[in-house]
Design a protein around this ligand. Structure first.
Ligand code: 9MR
Length: 378
């Protein structure tokens, strides 16, 4: 479905057109993906299938994607809740359409996610399911059916999956339980089976464990829990290729970077430990929550950009990281506004483009960080 743009969107479309690659190249501005490719990396964004949000059905948004992205991820449309809204009812229409669009536009599409290890985000029917007299067998049947169903449907068109999302409890570092994992007799058994099934059904695909342990102070237990999980994968020979760093960054203090020096050290130690185990890295959901920064948009945007630049400089210095994916391109559609509005009610400014689709300092910071990153070997 292609909707006629509203007046506001038409204005935004014109602004976005300024970022069409040819015009941009003539102006000496290159798309973020082009800058990334020159270093052996890729840049991309989350996209949705709802034309009232960050969808390619919205022409202004599609223009941004075409200008800057070589890689997309469905913000919601591959989630288990979405593709299996009721027992025995499958709904792949939205993701099919997204994959067709990304194929037509020469962009890769990541798969997000096969198992979201949180009760709230599993299908409600599965949380309420009666697993019967042999619960582990029934749980394994449902899990393998889902993982095989999705990965076989898309075959080699999807080359990278967040197989398991957010299995570690941030406050304790322990593993999350769901009805499925309880029926299976444990979270590790559940996660391991998800990865093994994905490897067998999609041997071509990069298999990722994705989580939001971040570099800010207060994340130490979360990071430790993720490290334990990754160590366990290696011990049990579970086929996991990479750690997805969601990178929902949060500024703090009036200049945005309170407590940052100490956390930079800890972040490096964390990434050193992850890569020493042989894992690759990806930035899967980059955006910035502008906490503590002044309300004035210019100062706020600079604070956000500086903070992201510092994060990207450290994180992109690891050559095992090749993909950087933003969790949406414009402030207009960001999830953060609903999730945690600013106390002063000023609309959040978490994305590379503002709500009128104009590039912000965050876009420049991403471009500069990609340009400054060490070149990856072919
Ligand atoms: O941005 C997504 C939002 O639209 C959904 O309502 C929500 C629940 O499905 O998920 C959000 O995306 C999350 C992602 O899937 C996993 N990491 C955290 C993201 C932000 O909450």
């Amino acid at each position: 479905m292609v909707l006629k743009p509203t007046r506001r969107e038409a204005v935004a479309l014109l602004a976005a057109a300024a970022f069409c690659p040819r015009v941009a190249a003539a102006a000496g501005v290159r798309g973020l993906d082009a800058i990334a490719r020159a270093k052996g990396m890729r840049f991309g964004s989350a996209v949705s299938a709802n034309p009232r949000t960050g969808s390619f059905d919205n022409p202004a948004y599609a223009a941004l994607l075409r200008a800057d992205c070589g890689l997309l991820v469905a913000e919601n449309e591959m989630k288990w809740q979405h593709v299996a809204p009721a027992p025995g009812r499958l709904n792949f229409a939205a993701f099919d359409r997204m994959l067709d669009w990304s194929d037509r536009n020469g962009m890769a599409m990541r798969g997000h996610n096969l198992v979201w290890q949180r009760r709230k985000w599993m299908p409600a029917w599965l949380e309420a399911h009666d697993f019967g007299g042999r619960p582990a067998t029934e749980a394994a049947r449902i899990l393998t059916g889902h993982v095989e169903g999705v990965t076989r449907r898309y075959g080699t068109r999807v080359q990278s999956y967040d197989v398991v999302n957010e299995a570690v409890t941030p406050d304790t570092g322990a593993l999350e339980e769901t009805a499925l994992s309880q029926a299976m007799g444990g979270t590790e058994a559940t996660i391991d089976l998800a990865f093994r099934t994905a490897r067998a059904a999609a041997p071509h695909a990069e298999l990722v464990y994705n989580d939001y342990m971040s570099w800010e102070p207060g994340n130490a237990k979360h990071r430790a829990g993720v490290l334990r999980l990754l160590e366990g994968f290696r011990r049990r020979d579970v086929p996991v290729d990479a750690l997805g760093l969601q990178s929902h960054l949060v500024t703090s203090g009036p200049d945005g970077s309170q407590g940052l020096l100490a956390s930079q050290e800890e972040w490096r130690r964390f990434l050193d430990a992850v890569t020493a185990m042989g894992y690759r890295l990806l930035i899967t959901e980059l955006d910035v929550r502008d906490n503590g920064l002044p309300v004035e948009a210019g100062a706020r945007d600079r604070g956000v950009a500086d903070y992201a630049r510092a994060y990207l400089d450290v994180t992109l210095s690891y050559p095992r990281l090749r993909d950087v994916v933003a969790w949406g391109m414009t402030d207009r559609f960001s999830w953060i506004e609903d999730f945690e509005p600013r106390p002063d009610k000023a609309p959040r400014r978490p994305c590379p483009y503002d709500d009128q689709f104009r590039a912000k300092p965050l876009r420049d910071a991403i471009a500069a960080a990609l340009a400054a990153a060490p070149e990856r070997a072919a």
